[in-house]
Design a protein around this ligand. Sequence first.
Ligand code: SF4
Length: 100
Amino acid sequence: MPTTGLADWRSQGACLRADPELFFPLSERGPADTQIARAKRICAGCKVRLACLEFALASGEAHGVWGGTSEGERARIRARDRARRSRRQATRRLVADRPG
Ligand code: SF4
């Protein structure tokens, strides 16, 4: 498969044939639970899911279902990644500051 650019993966999304409102519910609670679950089932069978999730995380997409994740799930992934980077930087500083 050739390398897919932004336009390519978007044009291959399984959501193109689905109701867009499933992917952008008004909240993550109540009736939206059902919409999000339906959107995630569509994402589960999408061949560009990874590219979609990487894009959403890299671009900070705060709203909607992307790559099979909800807004809250992506926020938790970003928080976990920030914490990991912070620990790594702290470790590097400790190693750099250690007397040789
Ligand atoms: S992973 Fe989900 S939101 Fe992303 S392109 Fe595929 S179906 Fe659409």
